[in-house]
Design a protein around this ligand. Structure first.
Ligand code: GDD
Ligand code: MG
Length: 360
């Protein structure tokens, strides 16, 4: 049996204001807390025991996921008193692992949506005999990630977290946030202080001559660190572009959860999710967006690539594109909001207050 550690700590505040009291992994993507997709994918790959390493708003995970049996998993929770960083968090849960010293332990960043073949990563690890194996993906702009150049055999030659200078951008291969560690390597991370696996552990292992193996592929991959990416990921789950056994319903243009009310002539496309108790009025057009629980989009509104928070309201004929409306906020009728606008939780924008077009 393979076991896994899921990293769901850190500050996790980048989805604010939408989620003032909700850590990112618990914000619904395609109708269920995002973390559900990662847990279900790991289970489908044969993982049975997962330790959640948490620090930020940790108390919301356990009441929802419990002992994990609903997902066929044995789940444990470990909460850091102060965030220990990625490496510190891994070391901090080592005592919960049951694997022997030479056995593989999977580790996942908690904010990644991916089609990674988890079994193939474990196979790569076994056949290469590596100390640590890393899933790598290629991106157009690698600056926000960990750069991981490899030699022709896939062996990692360096690890450069968040490169600062053009000279450091030596590859478009980045750390995709899924690893297999030989169990005994986890035990070598120093205990009881913050450690970054990316800035300290990986460079240190390389300097000491350890074998780090990369597995690069071109499967679906998205870091859900921004609201825009989160909405994109939710839509891709609904469309079936991002694979997950946990999407509650059939793949298609839209997912309408039970108890939602959608007017007969409203148009839902592009992987839109209408959450429980949400209401979509007559003639509204919603594309590539997520309406959380109890959100209301009134008649004639046009909502594109946007996140509408729990209990939020979008007025009649209002047009939103690339917008986050926080939980409980109201955008009055006949507004036009675009590209990165965030309406704070519980805020209220009067009717006809903001437009981009010049008249009316
Ligand atoms: N328990 C715990 N404690 N978890 C943490 C902590 C901590 O102190 N700090 C971060 N995490 C978790 C986050 O919740 C997230 O799931 C994961 O570790 C990675 O942290 P991020 O803050 O999201 O890092 P990043 O996105 O800037 O960069 C990381 O991911 C990239 C891929 O998306 C790095 O691993 C990069 O190398 C990588 O390319
Ligand atoms: Mg991240």
């Amino acid at each position: 049996m393979t076991e896994a550690i899921l990293l769901v700590g850190g500050k996790g505040t980048r989805l604010r204001p939408l989620t003032v009291n909700t850590p990112k992994p618990m914000v619904p993507a395609a109708g269920v807390p995002f973390l559900t997709h990662q847990l279900a994918r790991a289970r489908a790959a044969g993982v049975e025991h997962i330790v959640l390493a948490t620090s930020y708003l940790a108390e919301v995970f356990e009441p929802y996921f419990g002992d994990g049996s609903a997902l066929g998993l044995h789940l444990e929770y470990v909460t850091e008193r102060e965030p220990l960083g990625t490496g510190g968090a891994i070391r901090n849960v080592a005592s919960r692992l049951t694997s022997g010293p030479d056995e593989p332990v999977l580790i996942f960043n908690g904010d990644i949506l991916t089609g990674l073949d988890i079994g193939a990563l474990v196979d790569t690890h076994r056949t290469s005999g590596a100390d640590v194996s890393l899933h790598l993906t290629r991106v157009a702009d690698p600056r926000a990630f960990g750069l991981v150049p490899t030699d022709p055999t896939g062996r990692v030659t360096a690890f450069l977290e968040k490169p600062q200078t053009p000279e450091e951008i030596v590859t478009d291969q980045i750390n995709a946030g899924a690893y297999v560690f030989r169990r005994s390597v986890i035990d070598t991370i120093e205990q009881g202080r913050p450690v970054s696996v990316e800035r300290e552990t990986f460079p240190g292992l390389l300097a000491a001559g350890a074998h780090l193996q990369g597995m690069v592929d071109s499967t679906y991959w998205l870091d859900l660190g921004t609201p825009g990416a989160f909405v994109r990921g939710s839509a891709d789950l609904v469309l079936g572009r991002a694979p997950s056994p946990a999407v509650p319903g059939r793949r298609g243009d839209a997912l309408v959860l039970p108890t939602a009310e959608v007017a007969a002539d409203a148009k839902l496309t592009g992987g839109t999710v209408v959450g429980e108790g949400a209401v979509v009025g007559a003639g509204a057009r919603i594309s590539g967006s997520a309406l959380l629980e109890g959100a209301v989009v009134e008649a004639g509104a046009v909502v594109t690539d946007s996140l509408i928070g729990a209990g939020a309201r979008v007025g009649a004929r209002t047009a939103l594109s690339g917008v986050v409306v926080g939980d409980g906020a109201t955008v009055g009728a006949d507004n036009e909001l675009r590209d990165g606008v965030r309406v704070w939780c519980d805020a209220s924008l009067p009717a006809g207050a903001v437009r981009f077009s010049s008249d009316q």
